[in-house]
Design a protein around this ligand. Structure first.
Ligand SMILES: CC(=O)N[C@H]1[C@@H](OP(=O)(O)OP(=O)(O)OC[C@H]2O[C@@H](n3ccc(=O)[nH]c3=O)[C@H](O)[C@@H]2O)O[C@H](CO)[C@@H](O)[C@@H]1O
Ligand SMILES: C=C(OP(=O)(O)O)C(=O)O
Length: 448
């Protein structure tokens, strides 16, 4: 086991670039959807379990991909990220540390730690990152590690987990929370169970596509996994094959593009996703708002608006309900809908950092506890705003594109963390959008 030296990570979270948008034109056209950020992040962790090289295709071209590549390299993996391929040669004997600074940048830190623990029998990891829109607990991840036989202790900087000499053991764990089954803890438990000797059971598992795609990845590589009424059963394996696997299309980016087009009075044709790839709860809400989705005869999904947008009442929830990661964009869309919309947030009680930003554009939005009320339609005007999380930034972009006149949006780090080509795709759809790098010599990057 050897420590790997990395160049110190750059201070990438400081991003002084901004986007200039002149809104007010309908956006329409055909664009591809990237590989799903959140599915990819869990597959990067799962790839550490393999005993031969893994190639993930359609890996999204985002900051989180680069951060995970660095975290894997720090454990001793060889990782190449080029042209949408994420090639991993997993270490036989990983260095049992999730890099402290890098681990604080992504949400899947504990999932990555679980993969290292499963292989090395011990791991130290920092508190996870991701967006800090409200407290994001990890008690179910820790419960899974403890159930798998690890002693887990916290110190100021993070946690350390250590198993006995035989490594992880088979276990039963419940990953339910007051907010629904934990997506991340389900994958953490699945990765631990995949390397344990014997049969494990995860009760009340999440069934988000991040979970089912990671399960498909593992089962195609020889791990026996199935869901039934009791939960998710995993029969551990001491050999896990490598090989190729494609990251599914990003349902959140797809939903964002559909809503962006609709907010401006346009429509999109999206490649690399099918209508079935949109969660049912989201399709129900879009349909109620007056937006249809259908599989296109030549592949992909087409959106169409059925008359003026209509207000809706909806609440987020675990898959297949309305995804929390689409609620900020939906709030922006509903500023253009006729009537009063009510959006409840059930997964994260206070995920509403976008509301103040939308008000800067003239939106009529009020927040009461976990419910956001939006009155529309409102003629939005341009604004200068700063986004503070990954989905808030796209909500503000939607408002800017639907508004009359120029806007500027800062906080592009959050956009780059989750979207590889969203701005150039918007330009392809007809948006007047310019990225201005930070500093005095700023110049346009995307323009139409
Ligand atoms: C990288 C990634 O895939 N992130 C997604 C993942 O986050 P993440 O995996 O963090 O979300 P979880 O499903 O674990 O969390 C859902 C809820 O359960 C709570 N909880 C979670 C774990 C735990 O041990 N205890 C606990 O109480 C959380 O605070 C939250 O209120 O799922 C979220 C919900 O679909 C999405 O918004 C995120 O985009
Ligand atoms: C909140 C999100 O990401 P993360 O969990 O990486 O913060 C998201 O993808 O909407």
């Amino acid at each position: 086991m050897t420590a790997v030296t990395l160049d110190p990570p750059s201070d990438a979270t400081v991003d002084t670039a901004l986007v200039r948008v002149t809104g007010g034109r309908p956006l329409s056209g055909r664009i591809p959807v990237q590989g799903s950020k959140n599915i990819a992040l869990h597959l990067y962790a799962a790839s550490l379990l393999a005993d031969s090289p893994v190639t993930l295709s359609a890996a999204p071209d985002i900051i989180d991909t680069q951060v995970c590549a660095q975290i894997l390299r720090h454990t001793g993996a060889r990782v190449e990220v080029t042209g949408g391929r994420f090639d991993v040669i997993p270490p036989r004997d990983p260095w049992p540390v999730v890099h402290a600074e890098l681990g604080r940048r992504v949400r899947t830190t504990v999932v990555l730690a679980a993969a290292v623990l499963a292989r090395a029998g011990q791991v130290a990891f920092p508190w996870p990152g991701g967006d800090a829109f409200c407290p994001r607990l990890i008690d179910r991840h820790v419960a899974a590690m403890r159930a798998a036989g690890a002693e887990v202790v916290a110190d100021g900087a993070g946690m350390r987990a250590r198993c006995g000499p035989r490594g992880v053991k088979a276990f039963t764990v419940d990953v339910d929370t007051p907010y629904g089954p934990s997506l991340g803890a389900t994958v953490t438990a699945m990765l631990l169970a995949a390397r344990a000797t014997g049969a494990s059971l995860i009760t009340h598992p999440s069934i988000e596509p991040e979970v089912t795609e990671t399960a498909r990845f593992l089962s195609e590589r020889g791990v026996r996994i199935h869901f039934d009424d009791q939960g998710l059963h995993v029969a551990g394996s001491d050999w896990i094959d490598g090989g190729g696997f494609a990251v599914a299309g990003d349902r959140i980016e797809a939903a964002t593009m559909v809503m962006t087009a609709a907010a401006t009075g346009g429509r999109v044709h999206l490649d690399n996703i099918t209508a079935a790839g949109f969660p049912r709860g989201l399709v129900r809400v879009l349909t109620a708002a007056g937006i249809g989705l259908s599989d296109a005869p030549d592949g992909g999904v087409q959106s169409q608006s059925r008359g003026p947008l209509t207000a809706v009442e909806a609440a987020t929830g675990p898959h297949p309900d309305l995804p929390t990661d689409t609620a900020p964009q939906l709030a922006a869309l509903l500023t253009q809908a006729d009537g009063t919309s009510l959006l409840g947030e059930r997964v994260y009680p206070r995920r509403d950092s976008h509301a103040a930003g939308l008000r800067s554009f003239g939106a009529d939005i009020t927040t009461t506890g976990a419910v956001i009320r939006i009155r529309g339609p409102v003629r939005l005007h341009g604004a200068d705003v700063e986004a503070s999380d990954i989905r808030a930034v796209t909500a503000l972009l939607i408002a800017a594109l639907a508004a009359e006149g120029p806007s500027t949006i800062r906080g592009l780090y959050h956009l780059r963390r989750g979207y590889g080509h969203l701005l150039s795709n918007l330009a392809t759809l007809g948006a007047d959008i310019t990225t201005v790098p930070g500093g005095p010599d700023a110049h346009p990057v995307h323009r139409r």
